[in-house]
Structure formats: structure tokens, C-alpha cells
Design a protein around this ligand. Structure first.
Ligand code: OGA
Ligand code: NI
Length: 357
């Protein structure tokens, strides 16, 4: 049902169709969003590794998000990635229809909203989702239109994977672990990509590009057009709008790093809102533990905390659970909490941020 793609139909719509309108209590309340806050910026080109590690510890503890500059991924690679993403969504409807699927199990698919088989209200977003590691297993199925797509996206994926592994090293150090710890424990990591297209929207205050959620994977690396805001994160019970420097990436901790840090680092609620006047694109790269990896924090962090916050589970179990729910249900990690930590936690602080949006 590729005729559902917004990139095909949105220009013809004068008002927001009812299927996208959130009930009053779930709307984004844009006038309440803090627009002049900033997330921490980490300069990865700094010669002072101690400072980098300290900044990352602080950002992961208090924000779950940070921005990186001088990160080693080429400006050209970032620019070409954005350009080819834009070209892709401008292809004729017949061309895009070939890739359309609403089956989340597929390793390449073009779809709309989030999970249209389950959700009751739509999101104002189209997305192309790709598996990206090992590249040679997946590129044969990738689009060959635009003609540069495979090459540009492959190059970009390799560079981003390098950055992700470096960040996992710094994150390990910031938890007082050996640098290789997370990379070892996460196994042969999968890499997925969501190329998100949020067309301009007739009523941004009634709907979302992507409603509040946390990312189920380990680490997310987001490239966004810095000229169009849209990403917002939950901080101190408020939504804050996240702008970005040109040439930067926005990094966030996913649920698995929250679990592996025994809850010290936060996988924070975030959402994308849409704009009345401008289209927005973002490219999210997700590093994911391999399916059979047991998610279990290191002894050092357990003894420091005096208890295990979560039960041990495999990533496969987690991922199945995540996709069987609605995106803005309670934090999926809550379902894996240990009874002892449930009792001692204040329920208010562990409740969902998603339904307060
Ligand atoms: C995501 C996501 C935010 C954005 O794809 O998981 O949070 O700004 N995207 O597109
Ligand atoms: Ni996300």
C-alpha cells in the first residue's frame, strides 16, 4: 500500500487527515517546549582524553544525549549521505512502491509512520530502513536508484561504525571499565539505519514525526539537517528542543547501554516534531548487540551499586518485546526490572515519559 507514503501524498493535503490527529492529552504542546537549552558537546578532536571521558560520563548520566564534533567522519561523506537521502524520497511513486513494506522483520523496507500494523494514530514520517552490517550481505537488495545510493550509503556506514566503536570505547572508560569492554560484550554488532523523511505538515501541534520513545539498541548516531529543528528530548520532566552544529552528530544511549551500565547511564525519551514550512530529514544509525548476546552488567558496576537493576536477558528477547508494544508505552526496560529494584525504586521516577507528552 505504497500510496500511503507521505512523500507521495502530503503535498496534496491541505489539512491534517484525522488518522494523524492525536487525542488532546497526547499532543506535543509545543508552547511548553524549552527551546534555548543545549545538550553537552564533546570535541572528539581534543588531545585531552581525560576531559573527553569525563564529559561523556556527565552527558550519559544526566542527559543520555550528547553532540560530537571533530569526530573523524568526513564532511563530504555526511553531505553526500544527506543528498542521496533527499533524492531518494523525491523519486516517483512507482519507484518507491517497489520497496514498500510494513513488515518490521524485513531487512530493507520503505514504510510510513512507525508500525502501521499496530498503532492507532499515525506519525507524520516516511522512512527507509536498512540493515548495514556486514554490508555485502545487504547491499545487493538496496536501491540502485539514485545510482550513487549503494556507494554513498556504504561509505557512510563504514565511517559511522568506526565512530560508534570509538564511542563505545570512551563510554567503557567513562564507566571505569577497560576500553574494549562494551565492544567485546556486544558481540558481532548489527548496524541498522533509518533514513527519516518528515515532510512539512499542515498542523504540527496536533501530531508527531515520531512520538516519544527510547531506542531499543545500544548506541544511536544521528545525522540531521542542522537548519531544521525537530528532535526533542525529555530532561527534568520537560521537553527540550535539540539543535545541532553543522558537521556534528547527535549521540544517544540506547536501552542496552542503560542495562549494561546497571542503570547508571540513561536511555532517554525523545521524539521528533514536524514543521509547518519545511521538510526535515534525519539519518539514524543504530548499533545493536548481536541477537544471542546476554545483556548482563559487569561485576564491578553491580558491586558498586549493591544490586542488579535488571534481570539478565538476550537481546533477541528484548527486541521481540520492544516490537510487540506501542512505541510510547512504558519504558521497555521496566519490563525487565528485578523485583528488588522495583520495590526500592520510587514508582514516580520510573514511570513512562511517553504518555506525559
Ligand atoms: C529515531 C529517532 C529522531 C529524529 O529514528 O529513533 O529518534 O530526529 N529519530 O529523526
Ligand atoms: Ni530514536
Amino acid at each position: 500500500m505504497a500510496d500511503q507514503l507521505l512523500s507521495t501524498v502530503s503535498r496534496k493535503l491541505r489539512s491534517l487527515p484525522a488518522s494523524y490527529v492525536r487525542p488532546e492529552s497526547q499532543r506535543p504542546r509545543l508552547h511548553e517546549v524549552i527551546s534555548d537549552a543545549a545538550i553537552p558537546t564533546v570535541d572528539l578532536g581534543s588531545p585531552d582524553q581525560h576531559q573527553i571521558v569525563a564529559q561523556i560520563a556527565d552527558a550519559c548520566t544526566h542527559y543520555g544525549f550528547f553532540q560530537v564534533v571533530n569526530h573523524g567522519v568526513g564532511n563530504k561523506s555526511m553531505r553526500l549521505m544527506m543528498e542521496v537521502a533527499q533524492e531518494f524520497f523525491q523519486l516517483p511513486a512507482e519507484e518507491k512502491a517497489k520497496l514498500y513494506s510494513d513488515d518490521p522483520a524485513k531487512k530493507i523496507r520503505l514504510s510510513t509512520s512507525f508500525n502501521i500494523r499496530k498503532e492507532t494514530v499515525r506519525n507524520w514520517r516516511d522512512y527507509l530502513r536498512l540493515h548495514c552490517y556486514p554490508l555485502e550481505d545487504f547491499t545487493p537488495e538496496w536501491p540502485s536508484n539514485p545510482s550513487s545510493f549503494k556507494e554513498v550509503v556504504s561509505d557512510y556506514c563504514k565511517e559511522v561504525r568506526g565512530l560508534g566503536f570509538r564511542l563505545l570505547g570512551l563510554i567503557s572508560l567513562s564507566l571505569g571499565l577497560e576500553e574494549e569492554y562494551m565492544v567485546k560484550v556486544l558481540g558481532e554488532q548489527e548496524q541498522h539505519m533509518a533514513i527519516n523523511y518528515y515532510p512539512k505538515c499542515p498542523a504540527p501541534d496536533l501530531t508527531y514525526g515520531l512520538q516519544a520513545h527510547t531506542d531499543p539498541n545500544a548506541l544511536t548516531i544521528l545525522l540531521q539537517d542542522h537548519t531544521v529543528d525537530g528532535l526533542q528530548i525529555r530532561k527534568d520532566d520537560k521537553w527540550i528542543a535539540v539543535g545541532s552544529h553543522p558537521h556534528s552528530f547527535i549521540i544517544n544511549i540506547g536501552d542496552q547501554l542503560q542495562a549494561l551500565s546497571n542503570g547508571r547511564y540513561k536511555s532517554v525519551w525523545h521524539r521528533a516534531i514536524v514543521n509547518a514550512n519545511k521538510d526535515r530529514m534525519s539519518v539514524a544509525s543504530f548499533l545493536c548487540p548481536s541477537n544471542r548476546v546476554l545483556i548482563s552488567p559487569p561485576e564491578k558496576l553491580l558491586s558498586e551499586a549493591g544490586r542488579a537493576m535488571y534481570k539478565n536477558y538476550t537481546y533477541e528477547e528484548y527486541y521481540d518485546r520492544f516490537w510487540s508494544r506501542n512505541l510510547d508505552d512504558e519504558h521497555c526496560l521496566e519490563l525487565f526490572k528485578n523485583a528488588s529494584s522495583l520495590e526500592s525504586e520510587n514508582q514516580a521516577s520510573s514511570s513512562s515519559g511517553g504518555n506525559q507528552s
